[in-house]
Design a protein around this ligand. Structure first.
Ligand code: SF4
Length: 239
């Protein structure tokens, strides 16, 4: 059972996405609070690009904190079929099930062990709305509010060029998806929230993955007898 907040020892949980910003935040937080008080937390959707694992491993070794690698065991596709709802730019339950739920479970486990998790996100100033949504969400879930921090927004007033720090100072190659033109390295370019431009790039870079998405869409339509699609209309935003 939970102990009260006052009795718990703070533990800094870096929400490690496999991207450059969360890697940089992990470094800064570990320098400030000490490696022993930090966790590199990664939720694997099983759609990740293989080069992300290489990047995360190298970052983990550089900083000196092992990765808490959470695998729900289902892919976003499994979630869509389980829920009978095909994820799209407006609503994607995959993230809720594979990332948020796993995070909430982890928070509860840590509280049971006597820790009070503080979540650190690598979200930048251009995604303030996402930060607000996350702050609002974790203020109410699970049983007690969870503190959230967004150092890229709250602390660094000027844009930090995290990518060049990682490449030039840490000597770590970025996940290959960045060089291929993707705006984020999540779900191997298959993010159902991506929108048209994102999927156009996927088609150009990895036509086989694009085809897998088309096939998934078709299987879903057949199974549920619904005329639904991942892409909605021109102008869908990039996640
Ligand atoms: S990155 Fe996109 S497809 Fe992957 S879990 Fe998040 S919302 Fe779903």
């Amino acid at each position: 059972m939970y102990t009260s907040t006052d009795n718990r020892k703070p533990i800094n949980v870096i929400m490690f996405s496999g991207g450059a910003s969360s890697a940089y935040i992990a470094y800064e937080v570990s320098m400030q609070y000490g490696n022993e008080n930090c966790v590199l937390f990664f939720c694997d959707t099983l759609w990740e690009d293989m080069d992300n694992y290489r990047f995360m491993e190298e970052v983990s070794n550089y900083i000196g904190i092992p990765i808490e690698h959470r695998i729900n065991g289902r892919t976003p596709e499994d979630i869509f079929f389980d829920m009978g709802y095909l994820g799209n730019a407006r609503l994607a339950k995959c993230s809720e099930e594979l990332k948020v739920r796993e995070t909430v479970n982890f928070i509860e486990e840590k509280r049971d062990e006597g820790y009070e998790p503080i979540l650190f996100f690598g979200i930048g100033p251009h995604e303030k709305h996402r930060a607000e949504n996350l702050r609002e969400f974790y203020a109410h879930v699970p049983l007690e509010p969870v503190e959230t921090r967004f150092p890229m927004i709250e602390i660094y007033k000027e844009d930090v060029d995290v990518k060049s720090i990682i490449v030039k100072e840490w000597k770590i190659r970025l996940p290959r998806m960045y060089n291929l033109g993707f705006s984020h390295a999540n779900c191997g370019g298959r993010c159902v929230r991506g929108g048209f431009k994102h999927y156009a790039l996927l088609y150009k870079v990895w036509p086989d993955r694009y085809k897998q998405q088309e096939d998934m869409e078709e299987r879903f339509r057949q199974k549920f007898n619904m005329n639904v699609s991942i892409l909605k209309k021109m102008g869908d935003h990039i996640h």
